[in-house]
Design a protein around this ligand. Structure first.
Ligand code: PMP
Length: 314
């Protein structure tokens, strides 16, 4: 985690890098009223020798951001190579010296009263924050199956990271908090398992690693895709198929994954123990592999990293 005393928050806003406190938007902003924005969440990891920040899968994150923006007819003023260069510039400008999280945000910036998408001016910003673990415990979460349903593609497209869709995540997360759980698992309209409030989900049954398909109204998660590839590389059998609620109760292992969540084991759902009730071997093995890769310790996966020197101008 970056030390706050050395953290100088600068962001990209209205075409320039500037101090975060200068990046202000109007109360009339379309995206503020209607949720017509989309965002990304990207992690940078301090290398083991503390000399570099490894930014994880930038091309994939910015490709998804561009696609989310297309869904909302938002034009992002920067192409993918420019977004990558900007991220590197923010590492140096902010003198990032620890684990960091980037939040690019593209939004409808106009002040039209109607909720239309065409002829509304767009805005784009990106800021970063120091970030350690997203969940307090990595020893096993206690989750509930939410009473809130994940919106289907034809309501608010789940495949993109669309701001307005996070009202659903917030309701589910708040319900979970209220009842003393760490997070919520949402079912989709067909009653199949979708994902958690801000993370995709995997289960292990009889040695097979299973995750819901993209058509289950889930976000097209980059960590999810990463883990499918890593697991195959480790010789595991993987399957993308629909998951029933009751499978959550009888599976051998369960875990969440995402840029924030990284790999977080789940040891209880609806107060029922998962498998032995302890963190399982598959998640442990995958998590070790994943953490070694993001810290730049696995040469085979260097192509997923954009490495920038710690706090040195680029
Ligand atoms: N689902 C939702 C709803 C999310 O907000 C996130 C976090 N971005 C994820 C899944 C995981 O996606 P990723 O691995 O790309 O961070």
């Amino acid at each position: 985690m970056a030390q706050d005393t050395h953290f100088h928050p600068h962001c990209y806003f209205e075409g320039q890098i500037r101090p975060l406190e200068e990046a202000k938007i109007s109360v009339t902003t379309h995206a503020l009223q209607y949720g017509t924005g989309c965002f990304g969440g990207i992690r940078g990891y301090l290398s083991s020798d503390q000399q570099q920040i490894h930014l994880f899968r930038l091309t994939d994150h910015f490709t998804r951001l561009h696609r989310s923006a297309r869904l909302l007819k938002i034009k992002i003023p920067l192409e993918i190579p420019e977004l990558i260069a900007l991220t590197c510039q923010l590492v140096s400008q902010n003198q990032v010296n620890g684990d960091v999280y980037f939040r690019p945000f593209a939004y409808k910036a106009g002040m039209q009263l109607g909720p239309n998408l065409h002829n509304v001016p767009d805005g784009f910003t990106m800021y970063c924050l120091p970030l350690g673990n997203y969940f307090e415990s990595d020893q096993g979460l206690s989750l509930m199956v939410s009473s809130w349903t994940r919106p289907e593609d034809n309501s608010i497209p789940s495949r993109g990271k669309i701001s307005g869709a996070y009202v659903n995540s917030s309701l589910a997360r708040d319900e979970a908090d209220t009842y003393g759980f760490d997070d919520a698992i949402m079912l989709n309209k067909r009653g199949k398992v979708a994902e958690a409030s801000a993370a995709n989900l995997f289960m292990v049954r009889d040695g097979v690693l299973i995750t819901a398909p993209i058509s289950a109204d889930i976000l097209e998660g980059i960590t999810r895709r990463t883990l499918l590839e890593l697991a195959q590389g480790l010789g595991m059998v993987t399957l993308e198929r629909e998951i029933d609620r009751t499978e959550l109760y009888i599976c051998d292992e369960l875990f969440l994954c995402g840029t924030g969540a990284q790999l977080t084991p789940v040891t209880r759902v609806d107060k029922r123990p998962i498998g032995s009730g302890e963190v399982g071997n598959v998640v442990r093995q995958l998590r070790n592999r994943f953490m070694a890769i993001v810290r730049g310790e696995v040469p085979e996966y260097q192509h997923w990293l954009t490495s920038v020197p710690v706090g040195v101008p680029v």
